[in-house]
Design a protein around this ligand. Structure first.
Ligand SMILES: [Zn+2]
Ligand SMILES: [Zn+2]
Length: 368
């Protein structure tokens, strides 16, 4: 058991409180990771705003990279001092969904995530002797995290941790949507709605697949400039023009072969089907409030379309994280452009404010 500083959520829509909490001991198969960097993802904000309901008190944070500090029993393949990027989809490997190759739906995974406990159903954190919940098996807004060893993916030593943490959620989700889920062919037209971390990564996934036109759509010119810098060939500010008509104009009137939605707005979901060609593919990555209805004109769904909802881009973290890290080191994956601020743990509430105002792509909390 060790004491550490963590940002604790005690209530929705209230600032997080920096407190000293306890973490440990390690269970069999666990590793202790000293957090080097953790970034604020939109899902953290949705939990804080009460749009996604989780038990409290809770430590948020699920985009995390750090260094292995200790190893539990029965852990193989990791050593103290290894640099790791963490993922939030540990899975049992033998339930109905794991047997169907859908680890994101793993039964113990979904059950224990909903109640904010560790993957084995127990707690690893305590606050004044009472159990403390963690978000998505991580609770990364803290000096240490305990994760199942399968969630800690070794990355090259040369990989900076502030860039590595981005891989854990946003980058994997967007890049994976374009490389594992939609798989655009060489020269095909891809439209990406929303240019946050997921959209900017989807653009780069589309580029890696050899897509032709990569059309980025957002309401913010600054984000569209970054979209161009990471590989978009065309940009559309949907505030100033009709994005559906513009995408059709750029695709001989047909619509894009693949549309990747990451804006998480009703209009974005509706436009995603309208701007996709008949027979094309649409991947929905964003989300609106879980209680909200989203309506479609039936005609916009006709003509054969493959619509997929994905929450993690078909992630295969053990293969993808090291490959993404190496692509960054080789200069082919752009991550620097996504970091809009670096702050300390004490400034975490300012980081959430930046995201609320739409002024952040990724704010990274630095621990060293
Ligand atoms: Zn399972
Ligand atoms: Zn996330």
């Amino acid at each position: 058991m060790i004491s550490m500083r963590a940002a604790v959520m005690h209530a929705t829509k209230k600032p997080l409180v920096i407190e000293t909490v306890e973490i440990g001991p390690l269970g069999p198969g666990d590793v202790l990771v000293k957090v080097g960097a953790a970034s604020i993802c939109h899902t953290d904000l949705e939990v804080l705003e009460g749009e996604l309901k989780y038990p409290m008190p809770m430590v948020l944070g699920h985009e995390v990279a750090g260094t292995i500090a200790d190893i539990g029993a029965d852990v193989q393949g990791l050593e103290t001092g290894d640099k790791v990027a963490l993922h939030w989809n540990p899975h049992c490997g033998h339930c109905y969904y794991c047997d169907h190759d859908q680890p994101i739906l793993c039964e113990p995974y979904t059950k224990n995530r909903a109640i904010g406990r560790h993957f084995d159903g127990a707690y690893r954190h305590a606050h004044d002797g009472n159990p403390l919940h963690m978000l998505m098996y991580l609770g990364g807004f803290a000096e240490y995290v305990i994760v199942p060893a399968q969630s800690a993916i070794k990355i090259p030593d040369a990989m900076p941790l502030d860039r590595a943490c981005l891989l854990g959620c946003g980058v994997m989700t967007g890049f994976g949507a374009a490389t594992h889920i939609a798989t655009p062919g060489f020269g095909e037209a891809v439209a990406v709605i929303g240019c946050g971390a997921i959209g900017l990564s989807a653009i780069q996934g589309a580029r890696a697949m050899g897509a032709g036109r990569i059309i980025a759509i957002d309401l913010d010119d600054k984000k569209l400039d970054i979209a161009r810098a990471v590989g978009a060939t065309n940009v559309i500010n949907a505030k100033d023009s009709d994005a559906v008509a513009d995408v059709k104009k750029l695709t001989q009137g047909r619509g894009a072969d693949v549309v990747l939605e990451s804006a998480g707005a009703e209009r974005a979901f509706q436009d995603s089907v309208k701007m996709c060609r008949p027979g094309g593919e649409i991947v929905w990555l964003g989300k609106v409030n879980v209680d909200r209805d989203v309506a479609f004109k039936w005609g916009t769904l006709m003509g054969e379309r493959n619509i997929v909802r994905s929450s993690y881009g078909g992630a295969r973290p053990a293969q993808d994280f090291p490959a993404l890290a190496q692509s960054y080191l080789d200069g082919t994956l752009k991550l620097d452009e996504m970091i809009t601020a670096r702050i300390g743990l004490d400034e975490i509430n300012d980081g959430f404010d930046l995201l609320r105002r739409g002024d952040a792509i990724r704010t990274v909390i630095m621990f060293d």
